[in-house]
Design a protein around this ligand. Structure first.
Ligand SMILES: [Zn+2]
Length: 302
């Protein structure tokens, strides 16, 4: 009897130890950066700090060669990672790197498409299918329609014109369009974002799966006058893609309101967990912004 009890007790202790270890084990991810028309030396640090300071992630950085340099030897061992954060807008990768990345995504890898990563790779068709919407880089009506939110649904507009623009930086409201998605569940239906660009007139193949947030691009701020899709998900093969257009990087880590915004950081954290695992186990933070009040985490930690 004593032996059976001892055996059962040992089993319970082992199970507890295993579940504790798995709960504590961080999710491995990698940020690809090194070229961008944005301040990537700051933005990739802000992303890494936000993710790692949560205790949920361990993040490597894959730095590309500089603009114009040979891309032949730039490669990433994607098998080490549950998700990839794209903070890259620059020269084409090698054909081998493109193939390895898309193979990783199609087989179930997670991807976070951050801000100007959707300016990149205009001529790479599968990349544009994976991001759904892009801007700049010569994008126009041949890239796909404009998409915007009206009458409770996404609308497509295939009129000719350049893809991608934004007005002045300002604080604006994010409007939730999918409150039962794991990424948005429990968050307020409206929240005020710290001063940031508001991408508008984006266009592309448009295979959005779940549109999470839109924002009104006000003509008073030189915007489109439309409710623009800014944060959404896609499936690409078995891969989960989280596309977040907000978060324009400032001059320094201390002067970077769009990325210091608690709303941006919370969405980055939740979107990263979701694309890596398909679930979100994070609680709603107490300092999340409201519809009236911006909230900042200046040190990129809760
Ligand atoms: Zn920007």
């Amino acid at each position: 009897m004593k032996t059976i009890k001892h055996f059962l007790l040992t089993g319970v202790v082992m199970l507890l130890a295993i579940s504790y270890a798995s709960a504590k084990k961080p999710i491995n991810g990698v940020i690809i950066t090194g070229q961008n028309n944005h301040n990537w030396p700051v933005s990739h640090q802000a992303i890494k700090m936000t993710l790692e300071n949560s205790g949920l992630f361990r993040i490597d950085v894959a730095l590309s060669p500089k603009q114009g340099e040979d891309m032949k030897n730039f490669s990433v061992d994607f098998s080490k990672y549950k998700f990839v954060v794209l903070d890259y807008n620059g020269d084409s990768w090698s054909a081998d790197m493109n193939a390895a990345f898309m193979d990783y995504v199609r087989r179930g890898g997670g991807v976070v498409v951050y801000h100007a990563a959707d300016n990149s790779f205009t001529d790479w068709q599968e990349y544009n299918e994976m991001i759904a919407l892009g801007g700049w880089g010569g994008r126009n009506e041949t890239s796909g329609p404009y998409f915007y939110w009206k009458d409770g649904a996404l609308q497509a507009d295939d009129s000719p014109g350049n893809g991608g623009s934004h007005g002045f930086r300002h604080e604006y409201l994010l409007n939730c369009r999918a409150s039962s998605h794991p990424i948005t569940r429990g968050l307020p239906s409206q929240w005020k974002h710290a001063s940031d660009e508001l991408y508008d007139r984006m266009r592309g193949p448009g295979g959005i799966k779940d549109l999470l947030y839109t924002a009104f691009s006000s003509p008073e701020q030189r915007g489109s006058g439309r409710e623009e899709p800014l944060i959404f998900t896609l499936k690409h093969g078995k891969g989960r893609v989280f596309h977040i257009m907000i978060g324009h990087c400032g001059d320094t880590l201390d002067d970077n309101p769009a990325m210091q915004c608690t709303g941006f950081q919370t969405l980055l954290l939740r979107g990263s967990e979701w694309c890596a695992t398909g679930k979100v186990k994070q609680a709603v933070p107490k300092d999340f912004p409201t519809a009236e009040k911006v909230s900042l985490r200046p040190k990129y930690r809760p």
